[in-house]
Write a protein that binds this ligand. Structure first.
Ligand SMILES: Cc1cc2nc3c(=O)[nH]c(=O)nc-3n(C[C@H](O)[C@H](O)[C@H](O)COP(=O)(O)OP(=O)(O)OC[C@H]3O[C@@H](n4cnc5c(N)ncnc54)[C@H](O)[C@@H]3O)c2cc1C
Length: 494
């Protein structure tokens, strides 16, 4: 974005999307201020500690099959701390036992019935075989993952595999979640192939041909939660400003005739941003906050985008982190297990953090850290429990799944109210409409988990796309930068 020049850009929100945007803007020569409501940067990425062991209390793993997150970690100086999981095996707690997580599937959708042997009943496996003989199922413009897969392969695949795998990402409901947005490669393949298992086999063959062989996921020693801290440090070291404790409450365009004191009437749009007693002016703004906040901020200038954003729903969840004395327990192998909601358990998943991440095991060899996740879209009652109640239900389910009955030496409950945006059928169209409305206002861009994917790499990609979008808008600013009209104001008023 050579065109960014030395334009002043304000980024609202210092989650990973906002920080990635700031990072990229600085690379392209802009002057950047990030305004963050809370007292810390990172949003859903949160490093913490239990029983003296560093752990992640939010997101803990980055998809490494797409480049953005790992590349940003390297750019932020974390190359030497990247670590793949110590084990590639995981389990699924299904039909009364922990069973090995099958290999050879795309988000739980198998290429052959045999791939799910053990996980499904004999009837469930036989139903998958019928896929080859069924007439085509149209996917149309979009379709719910659960609906489509159940039509092709039967409900058991959805309930016992697709649902827990999707739930691990979206805390959502497979029968609502958009196939086009959540599993786009499956959607594209299903448009071409009549048989879903054939479509999956083709995706797998392509993956082999593309030699996608490295680790699927990557962690960071000290926690993925250290990524935003490192990016923030890099932003500051290159002259970017990050202001915490600065919730933005107002975002308005400044009329060009007032903003453009250099006499380039109509050649630029400037923005006025209010955060507490700070009033800032900028050539461009990146709105990197969750949908309800983005809706509130955009309501005055982009009401149609705001209306779309206020319709985005969120799921709440809690993470229960438990530390045990190593001598007190013997866990099954692997990184943990997923739990199909159909079995009526409370926890959705458990991560054996000390087995999954070598760096956690190394922190204190005498302590073992596990975590469970509780709560999903439409299931909020469980989250009404006190922290102690969430610890109790986690321990009960862990006992039933693994036989673990030792008492933890420490527990931590981290609540993520409205933590994950939902991607229902038609999500891609809603996002396209938001972007269309936003693009009508030069110098405005949006990014974050509610647009192109909730995972860390997708959030970073959306930030880079926002910066690219601003490039064109800021081209007009370049010529003004020798005589910047208005820059940062520390105090109230214009
Ligand atoms: C519990 C949990 C576990 C997850 N695990 C993983 C995982 O292992 N791997 C993975 O890839 N993804 C995971 N995700 C998803 C991923 O972490 C998030 O989607 C992503 O971090 C969101 O980043 P973001 O920058 O879009 O939003 P956020 O992280 O929500 O950041 C938005 C920021 O904006 C700030 N803000 C809000 N209002 C204002 C305002 N008015 N003014 C200024 N600032 C404001 C907030 O304080 C926040 O810091 C997980 C999510 C959750 C909730």
């Amino acid at each position: 974005m050579s065109a960014t020049g030395t334009g002043q850009v304000v980024v609202i929100g210092a989650g990973i999307a906002g920080l990635a945007a700031a990072h990229r803007l600085l690379e392209r020569g802009a002057r950047v201020t990030v305004l963050e409501a809370s007292e810390r940067v990172g949003g859903k990425l949160l490093p913490g500690e239990i029983a003296g062991v560093r752990v992640d209390l939010g997101a803990e793993s980055m998809l490494a099959r797409r480049p953005e997150a790992v590349a940003l970690a390297r750019e932020a100086g974390l190359a030497g701390r990247l670590q793949p999981p110590a084990t590639a095996t995981a389990s699924i707690w299904t039909r009364g036992a922990l069973r090995p997580m099958p290999k050879g599937h795309v988000m739980g959708v198998p290429g052959t019935a045999a791939a799910l042997s053990g996980v499904l009943s004999d009837e469930g496996l036989a139903r998958i075989e019928r896929d080859a003989d069924l007439p085509r199922t149209e996917v149309g413009d979009d379709v719910a993952v659960g609906e489509y897969v159940a039509a092709r392969l039967g409900r058991e695949v959805v309930d016992r595999l697709v649902e827990p795998l999707l739930g691990g990402v979206y805390a959502g409901d497979a029968y609502r979640i958009s196939m086009r947005s959540a599993v786009p490669q499956l959607y594209q393949a299903a448009r071409i192939h009549d048989s879903l298992t054939e479509a999956v086999r083709e995706i797998q063959a392509k993956a082999v041909a593309n030699q996608q062989t490295g680790p699927v996921f990557m962690g960071i020693e000290g926690g993925v939660g250290t990524l935003p801290l490192a990016v923030a440090e890099s932003v500051r070291s290159r002259g970017g400003e990050i202001v915490t404790g600065a919730p933005v409450t107002e975002l308005r365009r400044v009329r060009p005739d007032r903003a453009d004191a250099a006499g380039h009437e109509g050649s630029r749009t400037a923005w006025r941003i209010v955060a507490g007693d700070r009033v800032l002016h900028a050539d461009a703004v990146v709105v990197a906050v969750p949908a309800p906040v983005a809706a509130a901020l955009l309501r005055a200038e982009a009401p149609a985008a705001a209306a779309e954003l206020s319709a985005v729903e969120y799921a709440s969840m809690a993470l229960v982190t438990l530390a045990y004395r190593r001598a007190d327990l013997a866990l099954p192998e692997g990184s943990g297990f997923l739990v199909p909601p159909v079995d009526g358990r409370t926890i959705k998943a458990s991560t054996f953090a000390s087995q999954k991440w070598g760096w956690i095991a190394d922190e204190n060899p005498d302590v073992v850290v596990l975590r469970t996740s509780v709560g999903r879209y439409g299931e909020t009652a469980v989250l009404d429990r006190e922290d102690a109640g969430l610890v109790d239900v986690s321990r009960q389910d862990l006992h039933a799944a693994t036989g673990l009955d030792a008492a933890p030496v420490a527990t931590r409950v981290t609540r993520w109210t409205d933590g994950l945006p939902q991607y229902p059928v038609g999500h891609h169209a809603r996002v396209a409409r938001v972007r269309e409305h936003v693009a009508e206002l030069p110098g405005l861009a949006v990014c974050g988990a509610q647009y192109d994917g909730v995972g860390i790499p997708a959030c970073i990609a959306s930030a880079y796309a926002a910066v690219d979008q601003l490039a064109g808008d800021l081209g007009a600013v370049e010529e003004l930068t020798a005589n910047p009209v208005q820059s940062l104001h520390g105090g109230a008023g214009e």
